[in-house]
Design a protein around this ligand. Structure first.
Ligand code: PEP
Length: 252
């Protein structure tokens, strides 16, 4: 039985004062969520604040990206070992905003995955198609290619310690959510793609759905057989909304 998991992605939001209140509320509300692991992926400058506020309890700490390099002349970058020092357990790799705005290629995302895993941080690998790609019937081709890039580089066994997040680009921050069946179809496809290389790894792999998940639609999405939780953007900035989604994962 795969455990349920809900991760918040704060994106480039927050302030010391706002974070303190949000972390306090989310931390208080997630302690009793039996069977659901929760994480918050905060901007780099707030890792120390969040680590201090969460004190190793739930939600666990995550970051939003990581350098594929270990150290050196990469101005502005942050390495996986630096994230580990600040108590990060998870890091997003390949979020669609990183791919589209910052031009991260499949190969670069795969290298980031390897760097994170090598530092003992669980990579939360984001995959998803654009609206044009979906409308052209290319969803499986695109997410399959994104997944294969990581499996080819890191090996399928590396997924045993990782998490996937299917995030259709057209659903992120748009208020337009994939239907539960659309999410299920892609999740089942991803799981079968992994199973073709290793059935056991596929069976244990947690696959989250992300894209305009709200308290009002979380339960029906989390009820699908291959959906193991959610990656939550906007709603993770409002404690009560995030907690309601975490609760829906418990019941779903
Ligand atoms: C995200 O940022 O990964 C995301 C899913 O955002 P939202 O929930 O706001 O669509």
């Amino acid at each position: 039985m795969r455990g349920r998991f809900v991760a918040g992605n704060w994106k480039m939001n927050g302030s010391l004062a706002a974070n303190a209140a949000l972390l306090q509320a989310v931390s208080a509300g997630t302690q009793s969520l039996a069977g659901v692991e929760c994480a918050v992926c905060v901007p780099f400058p707030y890792l120390a604040q969040a680590a201090q506020a969460l004190k190793g309890a739930l939600p666990v700490l995550g970051a939003q990206t990581v350098s594929e390099h270990a150290a050196g002349a990469y101005t502005g970058e942050v390495s996986a070992s630096m994230l580990a020092e600040f108590g990060c357990r998870y890091v997003l790799v390949g979020h669609s905003e990183r791919r589209s705005i910052f031009g991260e290629s499949d190969a670069q995302v795969a290298a980031k995955f390897v760097a994170a895993a090598g530092a003992g941080i669980v990579p939360l690998l984001c995959l998803g198609e654009s609206l044009a790609e979906r409308e052209a019937g290319r969803t499986e081709e695109v997410v399959g290619r994104q997944l294969d890039a990581v499996m080819d580089t890191a090996g399928v066994q590396a997924l045993a310690g990782a998490v996937l997040a299917y995030e259709p680009v057209w659903a992120i921050g748009t208020g337009r959510t994939a239907s539960p069946q659309q999410a299920q179809d892609v999740h089942a496809f991803l799981r079968s793609r992994v199973a073709a290389r290793d059935a056991k790894v596929a069976q244990g792999l947690r696959i989250l759905y992300g894209g305009s998940v709200k308290a009002s639609n979380a339960s029906e999405i989390f009820a699908m057989a291959d959906v193991d939780g959610g990656l939550i953007g906007g709603a993770s900035l409002v404690a009560n909304d995030f907690l309601a989604i975490c609760n829906a994962a418990r019941k779903g």
